[in-house]
Design a protein around this ligand. Structure first.
Ligand SMILES: Nc1nc2c(ncn2[C@@H]2O[C@H](COP(=O)(O)OP(=O)(O)OP(=O)(O)O)[C@@H](O)[C@H]2O)c(=O)[nH]1
Ligand SMILES: [Mg+2]
Length: 282
């Protein structure tokens, strides 16, 4: 029993020792398609799920200090998204060099309404039709008449990996219309062969064991169950679901949070790379 326990602990610790390798691999990532300047990654998910915080966490993990570039904060219960504009964030390493991937932040999905407009906006953004700084409207999707509508997007304007941001503590509370929206997006996007990853945030709020010791994330039954539910509800396989804790109230970075964030980015970038090699979305 003791040996088993130790073996599990060793495995757990090994997983958290990969930071250097993960960072090195990601920093040496290059785009092998001359038509693509940067690999665009789009974040979508419920209002307040931690999309903007994830972008800040990625930059913090790379730069070794807390970065608060994307506006993140609490609008809990207010029913509106703090992020209103399509904003693209560069990711920089510790030396300030820009890495060849860009993460786009957008307005959060409203959980109750099953209006198609937000789904349409996500699809238009993926296809590269929505220009940066477009202000999303809650009840109306962008049309080809809008000044921020790009009628002829280049390959570089397209998204190469869609990341669903889902807060762990909300998985069992998510109302049906939101899962329906995510499933709808998943179906449309799968037909285009676009890779999709789920980043499950706020693991600290979902499991007290994990809150006390983030290393328990890989053995927490609660977290595993929540990941399984996400997989079934959205249609993304378990291998593409990454539990993370974002930097949200920390003053310094730490290896445990960094490793979880970098693991998620590693999978996102590796899936995107395959799509980049294939070229334009149909
Ligand atoms: N405990 C905890 N809180 C988090 C985590 N990630 C984000 N938060 C908090 O959740 C709240 C919402 O985070 P945001 O990053 O603004 O969420 P968002 O998805 O960008 O929200 P909108 O732009 O309003 O749609 C903030 O108060 C964050 O501090 C996490 O992993 N753990
Ligand atoms: Mg936001």
């Amino acid at each position: 029993m003791n040996t088993l326990k130790c073996a599990a602990c060793r495995e757990q610790n090994n997983k958290f020792r990969q930071k250097g390798t993960l960072k090195k691999n990601l920093e040496s990532f290059s785009v092998r398609n001359t038509d693509v300047r940067n690999v665009r990654i789009l974040l979508a998910g419920q209002i307040g799920a931690g999309k903007s915080s994830f972008i800040n966490s990625v930059n913090s993990a790379f730069q070794g200090e807390i970065i608060n570039e994307a506006l993140a904060g609490s609008t809990f219960g207010a029913g509106f998204s703090l992020t209103k504009y399509l904003t693209m964030y560069e990711i920089r390493n510790e030396r300030g060099e820009v890495l060849p991937f860009v993460i786009s932040d957008m307005m959060g999905l409203e959980p109750e309404k099953l209006s198609g407009s937000q789904v349409d906006d996500i699809i238009s953004t993926i296809l590269g039709h929505v220009m940066e700084d477009y202000k999303f409207k809650e009840s109306k999707a962008i049309t080809s008449e809008d000044e921020y509508y790009n009628k002829n997007p280049s390959v570089s304007d397209q998204t190469f990996c869609l990341v669903y941001i889902i807060a762990a503590e909300s998985v069992n509370l998510i109302q049906r219309p939101l899962f329906e929206k995510l499933k709808m997006i998943h179906q449309i996007i799968s037909e285009k062969g676009l890779p999709q990853v789920i980043v499950m945030t706020k693991v600290d709020e979902a499991c007290p064991l994990v809150k006390n010791d983030l290393k328990k994330i890989y053995t927490s039954k609660k977290i595993k169950k929540l990941m399984e539910k996400c997989s079934i509800e959205v249609g993304v396989p378990m291998t593409n679901i990454f539990p993370v804790k974002n930097y949200h109230d920390e003053i310094d970075t730490n290896d445990e949070i960094d490793v979880l964030i970098l693991k998620a980015v590693d999978q996102i970038v590796r899936s995107a790379k395959v799509k980049v090699a294939k070229g334009a979305l149909k």
